[in-house]
Design a protein around this ligand. Structure first.
Ligand code: C5P
Length: 319
């Protein structure tokens, strides 16, 4: 059986990855760039209902609001949108789609189905133009990592990819969530471009996720995994799924857990092949996917044929 077949049954583990990926994971463990030191428990399994309750209780979505130092002294309360992301959409959405950038979505013909949702979340520089048949063309929210803001190649200020959508940026802070250290030394400097963009386009909703939220998500993945997971933040995909579970009544996720179209093609829009994009090296992606597999509903054939899993919104979870 392949790793992906194991994933379909929620039973994959690190030793199923290629020696190259296993080595990369071990190197990230010993580097521990973000100074992770986990003191909590590690459980093998708990029921879907309890797991969902724990997620709702422990991984509350949070964005920077500018009231904490060093941001308050820097005048960020005036820079950040007045309306918090959690309230931007009033009572929230009904049905939502999360569209990962995996190569496996090519030739899926899922575009119409994706666009039929009330809101659609996409990631980083993933385009819709030219790929509408497979990925649709509606974008409500785009999650972007700090490289998109910092790297001139992405033309963040001018590209139409980042216009007419709600933007949600993130960058890994130290595990201790020391905001001073983070501000001085982010992975990629997102703070300066964020300021500039906010001043240029003040009407566009644009948030930065609070690193506390990012590391709460990481803690939750580790708490529900017996192996030690990579001491690096979860992927944008996992962050986006959890964000939408807060904003929506129901979330359909496409090509996160791979379908039968599984491929080493990293992104549907780039000719670059690396199994790490799907199974993880830097991000604890394999473990994220096992966790999502545990809480999903939706049929086995939706998973195999569409790479689709359905997750409940937290509003519908009563604990
Ligand atoms: O590569 P990027 O982070 O922009 O892709 C968005 C998200 O889609 C990833 O964070 C990951 O969760 C998911 N993804 C995946 N398999 C791939 C490519 C992306 O699961 N081959």
């Amino acid at each position: 059986k392949s790793v992906v077949q194991h994933l379909w049954h929620g039973s994959a583990s690190l030793d199923m990855l290629s020696p190259r990926l296993q080595k990369a994971v071990k190197d990230y463990m010993s580097t521990n760039k973000h100074g992770v030191s986990y003191k909590g428990q590690r459980r093998a399994w708990m029921s879907r209902t309890r797991l969902l309750c724990e997620m709702k209780r422990k991984a509350k979505v949070k964005t920077l609001e500018g009231e904490e130092q060093p941001f308050s002294s820097l005048g960020w309360q005036k820079i950040i949108p007045a309306l918090p992301l959690e309230r931007l959409y009033g009572k929230g959405f009904g049905s939502c789609a999360v569209v990962t950038s995996a190569g496996a979505i090519l030739h899926s013909g899922l575009g119409k189905e994706i666009d039929s949702h009330d809101a659609v979340l996409r990631f980083n520089s993933a385009p819709t133009k030219g790929y509408e048949r497979d990925v649709g063309n509606k974008t409500t929210i785009r999650i972007i990592n700090s490289q998109i803001l910092a790297n001139p190649g992405h033309q963040f200020n001018s590209s139409s990819l980042y216009k007419n959508v709600t933007l949600v940026a993130w960058d890994p802070a130290p595990y201790t969530v020391n905001l001073h250290k983070w501000y001085k030394n982010p992975d990629y400097n997102l703070f300066t471009p964020y300021m500039k963009y906010r001043k240029q386009f003040p009407a566009q909703p644009f948030y930065i996720l609070h690193p506390k939220f990012i590391w709460q998500l990481w803690d939750m993945i580790q708490a529900n995994t017996l192996e030690n997971i990579q001491p690096n933040p979860p992927s944008s995909g996992f962050i986006g799924i959890l964000l939408m579970m807060w904003l929506c009544e129901e979330v359909d996720v496409y090509e996160y857990i791979p379908s039968l179209r599984q491929t080493d093609l990293c992104h549907y829009h780039e000719r670059y092949y690396d199994a790490a994009c799907t199974l993880g090296a830097y991000h604890p992606l394999l473990y994220e996917k096992i966790l999502i597999q545990h809480i999903k509903s939706g049929s086995e054939s939706d998973l195999r044929r569409k790479g689709k899993v359905t997750l409940p919104g937290f509003r519908t979870i009563h604990c």
